[in-house]
Design a protein around this ligand. Sequence first.
Ligand code: NAD
Ligand code: WQD
Length: 343
Amino acid sequence: MTVLVTGGAGYLGSHTCIELLNADFNVVVLDNLSNSNIESLNRVSKITNKSLHFIEGDIRDRDILQKIFTENDIKIVIHFAGLKAVGESCEVPLNYFDNNVYGSIVLFQEMEKAGIKKMVFSSSATVYGEPEKLPLTEDMQLSATNPYGRSKLMIEDICRDLEVSDSIIKNNCPWAITLLRYFNPVGAHESGLIGEDPNGIPNNLMPFISQVAVGKIKQLKVFGGDYDTVDGTGVRDYIHVVDLARGHVKAVQALENNLKGVTAINLGTGNGKSVLQLVKAFEQQNNKQIPYEIVGRRAGDVAACFASAERAQSILGWKAELDVNAMVKDTWRWQSNNPDGYC
Ligand code: NAD
Ligand code: WQD
């Protein structure tokens, strides 16, 4: 069975390619390399001892999509391609709506023309906005607090409208879409060959910690020490990227086995960890000191956010298996072996 992975050269996509190849899927990757390096896919082949088909191109390019769908017997698309930096999305919102929303529309139109209507979409816990209650369950109210989050919510809404259209125009090939809402993916493949390679100063906590550990940044700034949490610092549901990748294989298999309609599923562990708990785990497991200072809260941050992981277990038969110690150890193996990322 052949799967098209858009954005497959990126952080989550490259780890997912490994799990797909290990599960004997044929993999075609479409990526414009706007936030990734082709070396990630060379290493995927090295790790798996298998090859995949890479096409450099943009999801907004209809000609490329038509060529891919004509030349390959694609049955399912995993759609990772997108821009993902919350702060940047506030500065250049049109880029985010163009790349993420318009790009998804072009992809869905070309999929529909080619008769391919099974998809796994990279959504995010950001679609829950300010959590009304914890843990977050998939049926809770959705909202967006920034253009990035709004782009994810818009694409989710488009998918739900496609399901409505199927109920009006009955045809024998309805859409089947799984919206995977990721919590906070961290870690790296245990080989230390692939991992997260952010451009410039990292926005997210784990790559920031590992760049402090490797000496590229002097000190971690902990945003807020006065939240109503276990130690006053923000709590998140960190999920190992390899668990997340395996969740995609389960989602693809569920679609192969005829999961119908549009289904939103959280990919998280169900447990929250504070910033300082993550820092302590990193220090202990890797024998590295992480100097930090507690500063003011970051605008837009919530105190705590963690998933209910029950639906993933009941629908996909998936649950996260790798703990926080594996997350920090694997992050450090990747960062210390590749201090400058893929360069
Ligand atoms: P990433 O930037 O490492 O990967 C995205 C990939 O998509 C990159 O390789 C980039 O070059 C490619 N891309 C971007 N726009 C494209 C386009 N128009 N055409 C073709 N390729 C394009 O990001 P990631 O962390 O791997 O995230 C993957 C997806 O998961 C994104 O959609 C992101 O919004 C979503 N997500 C990520 C996180 C996270 O914390 N990493 C959390 C929730 C959701
Ligand atoms: C985690 C915790 C920070 C950096 C973001 C996106 C979300 C999703 C995942 C894509 C918070 C604290 C961070 C630092 C810190 N991405 N922190 N110092 O904000 O939960 O989620 O990535 O969909 O949409 O918003 O992740 O890693 O930025 O922050 O103290 O230098 O670490 O305040 O409590 P976040 P994060």
